[in-house]
Design a protein around this ligand. Sequence first.
Ligand code: DQA
Length: 149
Amino acid sequence: MNILILHGPNLNLLGLREPEVYGKETLDDINNMLHAIARENDVELNIVQSNHEGMLIDALHEARTWAHGVLINPGAYTHYSYALRDAIAAIEKPCIEVHLSNVHKREEFRHRSVLAAVCVGQIVGFGWRSYTLGLTGLIGILSKSEPPT
Ligand code: DQA
């Protein structure tokens, strides 16, 4: 089973960036946790972080041919990127949206996700655990489904 992990803009600064909101773990720490879960479940991960919308879209398009599912923290693109939403819809792979912070407790512009409707589900507010819960959930969903054609 192959899974694409996508980290959007500013997530490369995790650990340094507003640790009271996003936690003190770095992106490498989170990726290591995801790799550990992947190893236990015999899953291959491809992990991409980008600060550029087009790079995230390209990674989604490429995933069409090799990935069974996608776990994404789209960062601020969550709230306004119709292009990312269309890319997720276009590739027709189960996608889980995760956020470290509880976006619903924060500024109003963060309450809306334009991607949620094309994702299987959303996990918000569990810090780094949003990622581990999301990956475990995605693996569970994919284990029950047919392989992509
Ligand atoms: C975030 C929430 C977004 O609103 C914000 O722009 C981020 C991080 C989160 O993981 O909590 O960059 O996606």
